[in-house]
Design a protein around this ligand. Structure first.
Ligand code: AMP
Ligand code: GLY
Length: 431
């Protein structure tokens, strides 16, 4: 089978790493990929967001199966365009991807199908949004409707701050057209988890849960990012909680999308807040999480490729996946300046030494190969640059190993959080 993975981040490196190990995979391509992915796949310079370009590439390379990593091409209809060209692709149609492409669509969908979530209002009028905030009081959460790379959500601790967030989205357009409409919602308290299920249109097969770390700084301080580190399994989601999330969140979503004429195929990623009143859905994503995918692929014992194909073929009903019980933990190393404007082009050393450690994988997220002073080097080329991932028998041990690898990396132009996994480590220490 000739496989093409679309994307060029840490998630796609982890997907390529897992797919390249499949006996079903004869040839693996990635568009556009990155220098880490180039170790396991042939990278071709086509942007993930160039829908006609990716279709043309898949035709030229006689690709049998495409796996789409990021949300933007899904929302733009890449899977529909590939299907129209007769090419099988993993991921939802544009109609089903609206679940992630529009927060307003998602919130109304939750309301129609009784899926537990935070109370909300949606606004295209600035004054009405502000009046709603004044009436509700703080803390309160302001969200840009459209895609904003994980940064379009502002947790506001005062009414003035929330009014400021509305101004920045609706007047200053800091997220562009994504802020033409905003969602304002109730602040939920609890522990957050990322829950994943493969879906074939009708059947949902639960994968495993992970916990991400959204804030840029240690102790969950500072602005939100795309995710600074993750680990799995997480004690926040035990078997009973996983069953409850399947029943109250995932299954009604799969039924609802099917009933509304846009059945979902691909991976559903529910961002869940586990509150004292049970799980509430913060958001849906229509793709694997990044960096959650890195820990999921490390823990997956089964061949990933047949599972992805079964989702496309409507064959998940009798499917089963096996996972390592050990913990996988990943630490994101980001370029200085992230989540604002990251510094590009700084040289990263020590990658070979870090990757040589036992049970460690260094996934590349935002890197580029360059020649500097006649030498081949890897440089930073994005906000989140590396996902340094390790396995261990406990969260503590996986964490220790991941930071041993981080400490091998010589990169003054980057930084990371030093406390990934802290909630679970504290729980383990209490035992
Ligand atoms: P979202 O992209 O909607 O998942 O939001 C990004 C992050 O903001 C989430 O992962 C949460 O940490 C936080 N967040 C979003 N909505 C809420 C809410 N209603 N209450 C508390 N925190 C929230
Ligand atoms: N790590 C969260 C996301 O992928 O949206």
């Amino acid at each position: 089978m000739r496989v093409l993975v679309v994307g060029g981040g840490g998630r796609e490196h982890a997907l390529c790493w897992a797919i390249s190990a499949s006996p079903l995979c004869d040839a693996l391509y990635c568009a556009p990929g990155n220098p880490g992915i180039a170790q396991v796949a042939t990278c071709l310079p086509v942007s993930a967001e160039d829908v006609p370009g990716v279709v043309a590439l898949a035709q030229k390379e006689k690709i049998d199966f495409v796996v789409v990593g990021p949300e933007a091409p899904l929302v733009a209809g890449l899977v529909d365009a590939l299907a129209a060209a007769g090419i099988k692709a993993f991921g939802p149609s544009a109609a089903a991807a609206r679940l992630e492409g529009s927060k307003a669509f998602m919130k109304d969908f939750f309301a129609r199908h009784n899926i537990p979530t935070a109370a909300y209002g949606r606004f295209t009028d600035l004054d009405k949004a502000k009046a709603f905030i004044t009436a509700k009081g703080a803390p309160i959460v302001v969200k840009a409707d459209g895609l904003a790379a994980g940064k379009g959500v502002i947790i506001c601790h005062s009414v003035a701050e929330a009014h400021g967030a509305i101004d920045s989205m609706m007047t200053e357009k800091v997220f562009g057209a994504a802020g033409n409409e905003v969602v304002v919602e109730e602040f939920l308290e609890g522990e957050e988890a990322s829950f994943f299920a493969l879906v074939d249109g009708t059947t949902a097969l639960p994968l495993v849960a992970a916990q991400d770390h959204k804030a840029v700084g240690d102790g969950d301080t500072g602005p939100n990012t795309g995710g600074m580190g993750a680990y799995s399994p997480t004690p926040a989601v035990d078997d009973a909680m996983a069953a409850q999330i399947m029943k109250e969140v995932i299954e009604p979503t799969v039924r609802g999308l099917k009933a509304e004429g846009s059945p979902f195929k691909g991976v559903l990623f529910a961002g869940i807040m586990i509150t004292k009143d049970g799980p509430k859905t913060l958001e849906f994503n229509v793709r694997f999480g990044d960096p959650e995918c890195e820990v999921l692929m490390m823990r997956l014992k089964s061949d990933v490729l047949p599972a992805l194909i079964a989702a496309v073929d409507g064959q998940l009903e009798n499917f089963d996946l096996r996972w390592y019980d050990e913990t996988a933990l990943t630490v994101i190393m980001a370029a200085n300046g992230y989540p604002g404007t990251p510094e590009k082009g700084t040289v990263i050393g020590g990658l070979t030494e870090a990757g040589a450690l036992e049970d460690v994988q260094v996934f590349h997220a935002g890197t580029k190969a360059e020649t500097k002073d006649g030498k081949a080097v890897i440089v930073a080329n994005g906000g989140r640059v590396l996902a340094v991932t390790a396995m261990g028998p406990s969260v503590r041990e996986a964490q220790t190993r991941a930071y041993q690898a981080v400490d091998q990396i010589k990169w003054p132009g980057g930084f990371c959080r030093r406390d990934i996994g802290w909630r679970a480590v504290a729980r383990e220490a209490r035992k």
